[in-house]
Design a protein around this ligand. Sequence first.
Ligand code: GDP
Ligand code: MG
Length: 162
Amino acid sequence: MVPVIALVGRPNVGKSTLFNRLTRTRDALVADFAGLTRDRKYGEGRMGERPFIVIDTGGISGDETGIDTVMAEQSLLAIEEADVVLFMVDGRDGRTASEEMIAQHLRTRQKKSYLVVNKIDSVDADSAASDFYALGMEHLYMIAAAHGRGVKQMVDEVLAGF
Ligand code: GDP
Ligand code: MG
C-alpha cells in the first residue's frame, strides 16, 4: 500500500514549499489518478525505499465562521482521500480560530493527523510550539520546509505507521 499524505492549512503556511520538497520539483508533478479533480495537486514522493503520494491543497482561508466555509471543498476532499493528514501552521503566528476548526474537523473525522509547525527557522521553537499545543493535536512536528529542517525525520515517522 502506498500511503497518501494530505497537506492542509491556511494559505501561506508553507504547504506548497513542503510539497515541492517532498516531490523534489519546483513545478509539481501531477499524478494521473482517475476520478480525482484538478483542484488538488498530487505528487509522488519517496523517502529511502518508501514511496508515498502527497496532496497539496490551495489552503483554508482565515476569517469565515463555519467549518464548511472555512475549509475549502478541496481541502475536505483531500482529507477524505488521505491516509494521513499533515496539518500545517506558521510558527511565526499564533493559532487562529480557523485552525481550531480544522483541528476539530480532524478529530471528528478521526483521521490520523499530525500538526506541523513550519518556519521554525525564524522563531523561537519552544514558544511557537506552546501556543499550538492548545489545538489538542496528539503529535507535533517542528520543521522548516524551506530549508528541509526536520522534514526527513517527520516523514520517516509518518511512514513508519504504515
Ligand atoms: P502555502 O500557501 O501554504 O502553499 O505556502 P507556500 O509554500 O506558498 O509558502 C508561503 C511563503 O512561506 C513563501 O514565501 C515561502 O517561501 C515561505 N516559507 C515556506 N516554508 C518556509 C520556512 O520553512 N521558513 C521560512 N522562513 N519561510 C518559509
Ligand atoms: Mg500553496
